[in-house]
Design a protein around this ligand. Structure first.
Ligand code: ATP
Length: 609
């Protein structure tokens, strides 16, 4: 077991054995913990806990017996350097290591098979690793993110039964064989560019299935060229002819301005992955001493699935998804076919520092499977962009109310229960953070986004404090608790009220506002109360649900949960964690009371092929 002196010696050996473009201020005469660039220590200042040297021009091979000796190291980032040859196996096997960032180097040889069992984040993308993915990755039970894209890895993909794995990218390698069942939940982009995978042409292997109700936009296999590059008169005329012409032109002009401004400021943004912010990697680029040009970059957060930078984003082909109270939302397809959502904020009232602090909160607090993953942001005086994952199945509002008519697939009860539980868990998570000081403040069905598997994610957490209160849209009124309307007093209990209205919407199929763009509000709690009082309870429920047998009891149970959430006196409403438990009960009784889907299909006389 080492100590601070042995850590210092290991670091000095490392620095002496590997050339580096940028001078490090490491010296045995100064304190490792308080003055060495890129180094942070444990709180008691007895060991080196993290080493971050991104983009400092490290050139050559990581010397053995140097970094491997840092046996209390938790985070190591040597990304965006020019490291070559084999990765010394003693580095990824440091027993305390939980995050390893080595992307954008020239490392080759096999990925070492001895890996720290504590690893939660492993990024070896954009290197030249060869050979098979080591089977030992199967033992990394804590792993949440694995990025191996853009290497030369071959052979089969191991069956990664890793319960915590949420982010995966294996694209652009030479992997072969089928995609293991355990990884089928990951989007097709994660596996693109492996010509022998599945043994069939890519297009057949990875066609993105349409979402059950509103067809998901099919990702173009070859994205259109950058829309500012091809900004010719013909395109302008063509775009101008379209309905969203003004919005498109506006975004083009603005993004071109960002691009120009960036190059005017010294074109200091190195190519490669953007800086990682939040808890994952606090980049030096964002320290107060960083030059201004370096600051105008996309700031990424922990768990970021994607490798792209501002330039890649600017090159993406974009499409307007909609205009909300916080600004305009675009779907952007990057050149490697990864799709993200970019929210262009308007009327931000916070200054830069407060804005960054709020971003840090959103990135950190919002880390939950039922909260929409927030990836990165861009801040400049004139432009504020937020980047989120793209939710292929759209919003719950569209799923519930959209496409009414002949061709519509009804939204079944099990899916509704699953979605309501996801939303409740997402809100309960937000409420549990920061000693209970966070509220969402804008729960509504159009802020519930759905993954391909119809798992729900709550979106727009943390945006309200960025904006002036004038930006609050009137059509959220139907979701607002009485105390919010009367005294503008938002609390966690007012989130519970909004969630209750959301549940009523899910049960009744009625929207608390008549139609988008119109402000006539339906008071769903009052309407439901009046119907129930007249003992017409059955009339309350969405007619679409009537086709499913044996769900009446569960629906009534869920209605009771909703009605508890919308009581007028805030203190009498349940806490969100209690609401989660109540919905879990509904889900449990739902599966106990009714035949499994297999039995049901037999009952229905459906033949399985
Ligand atoms: N991450 C996402 N993935 C897929 N679609 C999204 C995503 N975020 C937003 N959208 C789509 O973009 C549309 C516009 O979203 P936006 O957040 O700008 O407005 P809104 O949610 O409708 O209104 P408001 O901001 O007032 O709550 C949404 O209706 C939704 O369909």
């Amino acid at each position: 077991i080492g100590n601070l002196t042995s850590d210092m010696q290991a670091l000095l050996k490392f620095a002496a054995s590997i050339p580096h473009g940028r001078k490090l201020n490491w010296s045995s005469r100064t304190s490792v913990c308080s003055s060495w660039v890129g180094v942070t220590c444990t709180p008691d200042q007895t060991r080196v806990r993290s080493l971050r040297l991104p983009g400092v021009g490290l050139l050559g091979q990581v010397p053995t017996d140097s970094l491997g000796k840092l046996d209390a190291l938790e985070v190591l980032s040597l990304r965006s350097n020019r490291l070559v040859a084999d990765l010394s196996p003693d580095v990824p096997s440091i027993p305390s290591l939980h995050s390893l960032y080595l992307q954008h180097n020239k490392l080759s040889g096999n990925i070492p098979s001895s890996l720290s069992s504590k690893l939660t984040f492993l990024d070896l993308s954009y290197n030249s690793f060869m050979g098979e993915i080591p089977l030992s990755i199967q033992n990394l039970t804590q792993l949440t993110a694995l990025y191996l894209e853009n290497n030369s890895l071959s052979g089969p993909i191991p069956d990664l039964q890793l319960p915590k794995l949420r982010h995966l990218n294996l694209s652009f390698n030479n992997l072969s064989g089928p995609i293991p069942v355990s990884l089928k939940k990951f989007p097709a982009e994660c596996f693109f560019g492996n010509p022998s995978l599945c043994g069939t042409p890519l297009a057949q292997c990875f066609a993105v299935p349409p979402s059950p109700i509103s067809p998901a936009p099919v990702l173009p296999t070859k994205p259109k060229r950058s829309f500012w590059k091809k900004l010719g008169t013909r395109i302008i005329i063509a775009i101008s002819a379209g309905g969203s012409s003004l919005l498109f032109l506006l975004v083009i002009v603005i993004l071109v301005c960002i691009s120009k401004k960036k190059s005017r400021e010294g074109s200091g943004t190195p190519k490669g992955k953007g800086s990682v912010g939040g808890r994952a990697e606090k980049p030096e680029e964002y320290s107060s001493s960083a030059p201004e040009a370096e600051k105008n970059k996309l700031v990424f957060f922990e768990g970021c699935t994607y490798n792209f930078d501002l330039e890649d984003l600017l090159r993406a082909s974009a499409e307007v998804l909609g205009k909300g109270s916080y600004g305009t939302t675009y779907k952007a397809v990057l050149e490697d076919s990864v799709t993200v959502v970019v929210k262009r904020l308007k009327e931000v009232v916070l200054g830069k520092r407060e804005f960054e602090q709020q971003m840090e909160i959103i990135g950190r607090v919002g880390q939950h499977q039922n909260v929409m993953p927030f990836r990165s942001y861009y801040y400049s005086k004139d432009e504020k962009l937020l980047v989120y994952d793209y939710a292929p199945s759209g919003t719950f509002s569209t799923l519930l109310h959209g496409g009414k008519g002949a061709g519509r697939t009804p939204l079944d009860w099990d899916t509704r229960v699953k979605i309501s539980l996801g939303v409740a868990r997402g809100i309960a998570h937000l409420h549990s953070q920061g000693g209970g000081k966070f509220i969402h403040g804008n729960i509504k069905s159009s802020n519930v986004l759905l993954t391909q598997e119809l798992d729900a994610c709550v979106s727009e957490f943390g945006l309200a404090p960025l904006m002036s209160s004038a930006a609050t849209p009137s059509r959220v009124v139907g979701y607002r608790a009485p105390e919010v309307i009367e005294h503008r007093k938002s609390t966690q209990k007012s989130d519970v009220y909004s969630f209750g209205v959301f549940l009523l919407e899910l049960l009744t199929g009625k929207s608390p506002f008549q139609s988008p763009g119109r402000d006539d509000v339906v008071d769903l709690p009052r309407w439901v109360q009046s119907v129930v009082r007249e003992e017409w309870t059955a009339e309350v429920f969405d007619v679409e649900l009537m086709r499913y047998p044996n769900i009446e009891e569960d629906m009534v149970q869920m209605l009771q949960v909703a009605m508890q959430c919308v009581v007028r006196v805030a203190e009498q409403r349940p806490k969100m964690e209690d609401v989660v438990r109540m919905i879990e009960d509904v889900q449990r009784s739902n599966s106990e009371n009714r035949p499994s889907s297999e039995d049901k299909s037999k009952d229905d006389g459906v033949q399985t092929p």
